[in-house]
Design a protein around this ligand. Structure first.
Ligand code: FES
Length: 178
């Protein structure tokens, strides 16, 4: 191999290396499992177990955090807080046996608290107030507190499961966020 051949070979090798440098990250991006299309309905909110029914007192709102895996375009974050809910157990025989509300204020999204006398809900940010059935008690919130779907497991002491989701703030209608 003469000097010219050696130089040509080196140039080709360098070109191939540059192409690989560009192609490998692109291939990794395209093959990333997070980019794969979800099966139909896989992104829909799912029921999440929060508490055994026996631990709820009738008529007493109790707050529970919702923790779930969070996924963005690149990263899966295992067990991140997703929000919180208020559960209100209903008297025996009532249907549904538990009512769940999102704790996110429909005004601008602050966390709704229980009032000091435990007879209503309040939002500290702009004084939204709600009755225990979620109806607005003043003109600040654009709609009632957002109710969430609830189901009970088949266990002897059923687990209360809530389909947690978030809704658009400042809207009079309850519009789910994707
Ligand atoms: S965010 Fe709750 S009153 Fe404004």
């Amino acid at each position: 191999m003469n000097r010219r051949d050696f130089h040509r070979l080196g140039t080709k090798a360098l070109g191939a290396l540059v192409k690989l440098t560009v192609a490998l990250p692109a291939a990794a991006f395209l093959l990333n499992p997070l980019r794969k299309a979800s099966p139909a309905g896989a992104d829909a909110p799912v029921f999440e177990g929060l508490v055994p029914l026996s631990q709820l007192k009738v008529g007493v709102p109790q707050s529970f955090g919702v923790v779930r895996d969070q996924v963005d375009a690149w990263v899966k974050y295992p067990k991140e807080p997703a929000g919180s809910v208020w559960l209100v157990r209903q008297p025996d025989g009532a249907e549904p046996p538990v009512i769940a509300y999102s704790a996110e204020c429909p005004h601008l999204g602050c966390a709704i608290n229980l009032a000091g006398d435990a007879k209503s809900f309040i939002c500290p940010c702009h004084t939204s107030a709600f009755a225990l059935d979620g109806t607005p008690q003043n003109h600040v919130p654009p709609r009632p507190m957002d109710r969430l779907d609830v189901e009970l497991s088949d266990d002897a002491d059923p687990e209360v499961r809530v389909r947690f989701q978030r809704f658009r703030t400042l809207a009079e209608e309850k519009i789910p966020l994707a």
